[in-house]
Design a protein around this ligand. Sequence first.
Ligand code: ADE
Length: 418
Amino acid sequence: MEDFQVKDKSLAVQGHLQIEWASKHMPVLNQIKNRFSQEKPFKGLTLAACLHVTKETAVLVDALMAGDATVALCGSNPLSTQDDVAAALAEKGAHVFAWRGQNTEDYYKCIDNVLDFKPNITLDDGADLVGTLHSKRQAEITNVKGGTEETTTGVIRLRAMEKDGSLKYPIVAVNDAYTKYLFDNRYGTGQSTIDGLLRATNTLLAGKTFVAGGYGWCSRGIAMRAQGLGANVIVTEVQPIRALEAVMNGLRVMPMEQAAPIGDIFITATGDISVIRKEHLEKMKDGAIIANSGHFNVEINIPDLESLSVSKRTMRPNLEEYTLKDGRRIYLLAEGRLVNLAAAEGHPSEVMDMSFANQALCSEFIATSERLEPKVYCVPKELDMKVAELKLKTMGVTIDELTEEQKKYLSTWEMGTT
Ligand code: ADE
């Protein structure tokens, strides 16, 4: 058996060009890669990654391999793999098991293929790799020193594992670094989600009523960009502080029940299940467009949509028309899977530069740490700050430094009103 499985090896030529293009826009990760190639922090270690197989992920894998890691990689979503990139990565020597359009069985088979490499470190996006290790392959956990988690949904799952005592090795929550979520979740998801919506539909946003499901860091990025393109944005939320922020940012806030009959475009990114369900679908206008940018395809209740429909046809790539019993048509993008990766290319390289710099540094942190408890760890503050510092430098931005007087002022309490 070959130690990789991709759709078409001959796509590698295009994949290498894509990776080169991404790499040009990932200067922080490249600096880390250069250091890794001197210091070899992963010598003798196998890293298993379950990440979206994109050109940006390829630049991360390159950096890890430069640090002497053996890397096994599978996709973290059945629709997000870029087949040309997967082929190029296999040619570079990564053990890639990923192709676009997998069914659920293939998806988990690829996770098993990657775990067969007996990893010492795991890199996860959504916690399916960690979940599989802890549920079906527990005996292999002893090989694992630690892992990282890329996304909000994964961190939520891992904290639940920590809470009920089932987490058996340490995980660093990369998602929770400032240099990750403030940029990747907000500007990355904001731009790439609109990108996916436009590639699938080429619809005009100006003047449309756009409903953002949720107002976490991802959905606020989506709402912000939709507003910037001239849409009238409505936010739905369950968390009062977030709802209040949305109100004070000038957005209308209401329950989905009320938004359903007035929205033209609905995009969810809440991390929760059935945010759009039967009672909402029943009220939507003819022609409503619905999509999801949250990690899992559960935010839109697709079985509800299927049960309300009499027929379905594919209008364009990633655009499915459902005709309901009363004749209304609802348009679902990318099967309800994350529209930014399934219908577009995911976040731009410039933001993934910071997210994956964190991944690289946290993997190194795990590789070089003596003993960590089986807990969910925050990204060490100095690593987070380092990523910001390097990013600013590569952008040609310089900032002030505290003077001695200012340092003293901040570290003492005596001086008050003057
Ligand atoms: N998640 C969101 N965008 C991504 C990208 N471009 N590469 C990998 N993971 C992502």
